[in-house]
Design a protein around this ligand. Structure first.
Ligand code: ADP
Ligand code: ZN
Length: 292
């Protein structure tokens, strides 16, 4: 009998992480390569998948964005208005569907992570945020990814400024001081002139960051009423961050709605190294097969 395989492609702004999995979602092969110019990066992706051409049952691609996920759009499968140099209006799915005949799912990186976390935790309603080079969020309601006329953009909500941060104009090229502009990794570097990983854990910046991330989790709580909010991404590598966020969260929510116990409600990812995106992709790929 023919072996059946699934492919996960996590197209990140810094690197691509690709994996081949068997039907039980065991990983049989992985590769990582840097996100360089679109032409050579997409070639690396096609070269990795090519040996599995006849075995692949479905592929799921989870990409940095913004991306076009509207099936009837002329630019479906494109990375659209990204600030990332050379990647604006790039067709990511076209070259894959030209090379492979199997179905291909296309979503945001955070949606795939949210999906993987949903399955690992067996929750029906979940929000996942990444706080890294950018900020993004994926929302699951009743075990389905939420989107409207496009995917959600939770990283670009506007926030109230921290009183000790009023003069900082933020780093978002579109909005300045939106959530991503104020709380992403590059916002730390812009304020302090050094990367977050080099900043000591008692620096006042962390409480400012935590205040902004807590506001995001308040918005998610009130907008979607999830069972759990997962906070991933490089900035959450600061182990004290979660505790700081919880403190601000409780203060801002002020008991307005019932939530699960805070330690079970605001959490870091179930899997290390964003493996939730890989497992989420495998499941999303499988859901395409079952739809056929
Ligand atoms: P990406 O968003 O590019 O996929 P990450 O989620 O690792 O990757 O986020 C990278 C960002 O997180 C960078 O701005 C980096 O400076 C910051 N970062 C990484 N590790 C830490 C850390 N331990 N503390 C604070 N910031 C960090
Ligand atoms: Zn923005």
């Amino acid at each position: 009998m023919k072996e059946k395989m699934l492919a996960s492609v996590e197209a990140g702004g810094t690197k691509f992480v690709c994996a081949i999995g068997d039907e039980k979602k065991n990983i049989v092969k992985t590769i990582q390569f840097p996100t360089e110019d679109p032409e050579s990066t997409i070639k690396n992706l096609l070269d990795f998948l090519h040996p599995y051409k006849n075995k692949l049952e479905a592929i799921s691609v989870a990409s940095f964005g913004p991306i076009d996920i509207k099936l009837d759009s002329d630019t479906y499968g494109y990375i659209t208005s990204t600030p990332k140099r050379h990647w604006e209006n790039i067709d990511l799915i076209g070259p894959l569907s030209d090379a492979f005949s199997c179905p291909i799912f296309f979503t945001t990186d955070v949606n795939a992570s949210a999906y993987g976390e949903m399955q690992a935790r067996d929750k029906d309603n979940l929000v996942y945020y990444t706080i890294g080079t950018g900020i993004g969020g994926g929302v699951i309601i009743n075990r389905k990814l939420l989107s409207g006329i496009g995917h959600l953009e939770l990283g670009h909500n506007y926030l109230a400024k921290h009183p000790e941060d009023v003069n900082f104009s933020g780093v978002c090229p579109y909005h300045g001081a939106c959530l991503e502009g104020l709380a992403s990794g590059p916002s730390i570097e812009k304020r302090l002139g050094t990367k977050g990983e080099n900043v000591s854990s008692d620096h006042p910046i962390w409480d400012i960051q935590a205040y902004y991330i807590a506001q995001a989790t308040i918005q998610a709580t009130l907008s979607y009423r999830p069972e759990v909010i997962v906070l991933g991404g490089g900035v959450m590598g600061q182990e004290h961050m979660l505790m700081r966020i919880k403190k601000h969260f409780e203060c801002l929510l002020n008991g307005y709605v019932q939530i699960p116990k805070i330690d079970e409600y605001l959490v870091t990812p179930y899997y290390d190294n964003n493996m939730s995106a890989t497992y989420g992709n495998f499941s999303l790929a499988q859901s395409l097969i079952s739809e056929q």
